[in-house]
Write a protein that binds this ligand. Sequence first.
Ligand SMILES: C[S@@+](CC[C@H](N)C(=O)[O-])C[C@H]1O[C@@H](n2cnc3c(N)ncnc32)[C@H](O)[C@@H]1O
Length: 486
Amino acid sequence: MTQGRRSNKFVKRGEILEIRIKDYAFGGKGIGKIQNEHGEFVVFVPNTLPGQLVKAQVQKASKTFAECKLLEVLEASQNEVDMPYQEIPGAPYIKLPIELQHTYKKQSTLELFRRIGKVENIESYFDEFISSPSTFHYRNKMEYAFSAIGYDHEQKTDVDEFTLGFKKRGTWWCGDDLKKDSGLFDEELENKLSAIKAYCENTGLSPWHGPRQAGFFRFFVVRKSFKTNQLLFNLVTTSADLPKFDLKKFATFLVSLFGDRVAGLLHTTNDEVADRTIATTGKIRLVYGEDKIVEELLGLNFEISMKSFFQTNPKSAEKLYSKVLEYALERKDTIDDSIVLDLFCGTGTIGQILASKSENAQIVGVDIVESAIKDARENASRNNITGLKFFAADVGKFLRDHPAYKGKIGTVILDPARAGVAPKTLKKIIDLEAKRMVYVSCNPATQARDIEQLSLAGYVLQKFSLVDQFPHTSHVESVMLLEKEG
Ligand SMILES: C[S@@+](CC[C@H](N)C(=O)[O-])C[C@H]1O[C@@H](n2cnc3c(N)ncnc32)[C@H](O)[C@@H]1O
């Protein structure tokens, strides 16, 4: 559609609307409605909730509905309560009581499975909604961005300033200082982030300027271990001014702030334009201490490096994994003395926990990230778990190259990334003819799509649970058990 041209009788692209949110759709999309003499028109505004009056800009408009970007919440919903935390775009629902968040998540996910997954009587398959053990301060990783453009909230305008925190909601170029605890990550770290910003600003070196694609400081990434309470830091900068910045001195400064909580400091060079903390061509090197931290899940120890995927809410991940184990171990005959595939295995957590609870299972883990597979192998040997094999490969290519697994698999565990399983890969997984599948998903929208294909291929949904891994966001994790008919 051409910018500004109307394709309907209600709104046009670029238009700024003030609209009351009436309902909640999957993925945190608030639903507003416009009525005029032509009828009713639906407007979706992400990260909003029923009762709020919001200012939003139309991004896409069709004949029947429009997708908008949230610019500002003008009036809170009557369900919102005050919180002692700094509001950040990453926690749009923090003021909503957690029970109501659960209700919205559950209802919208069930609706999605009904509509996209085409599962009738979806309620009858619902097992349980699992809450996060901690409602606040549950995250074990946070990425803070430096920016040379800030935002004056009173004047409502961009300003030139050194910021360290998160991008302002709805912009990619504007930063907002995190001045205190956001309620999501480590309280001490976030309350001291201003001191870290001041240290960096006092060097006279520049923060990243998005539109100009220039500057020295880019990101400050922190991983936390709940087991040891330690913090692992990664400072991401460009390379040109690096000789002017004393990394060792910065490490000493971090130790002066956090003492023996500091596990280590890494430095990453990223001269690429893309706003990423791990550059494809850049270097990551250890400046101080250790380059990994250890986390414990269900009694096993996992060493995690900066690059590897690791569940962001480890206490809730224990609950998620327990549910995976419960579903998988219900039919021990498809686990013990059998081959179990742990596809998209990351650092091999699920496979290792399953191996520790089964007899003689041969567990094969596959993940595309080599460093995750390296961590998986090291973790298995540290935990003295045998009978596991790990492969660094694309799942689709791995199954193509290992046709011998066909017809020999008792259970497949699937835990793909947000994009879900690629259609060709899903076909190869179906061709394995496994008796059972435990499908974990951090994006029920793609899982719903895959469920339709799996059910056409004879996999029948037995039950599913939802896990609130990310309180105060629209995200929800789902665990499904499917069994092959016949
Ligand atoms: C949600 S994580 C699952 C991690 C793991 N099950 C856990 O609980 O720690 C998804 C994983 O899929 C991997 N991945 C993404 N695309 C892939 C592909 N095409 N083939 C293999 N692994 C892939 C990612 O590297 C990531 O580790």
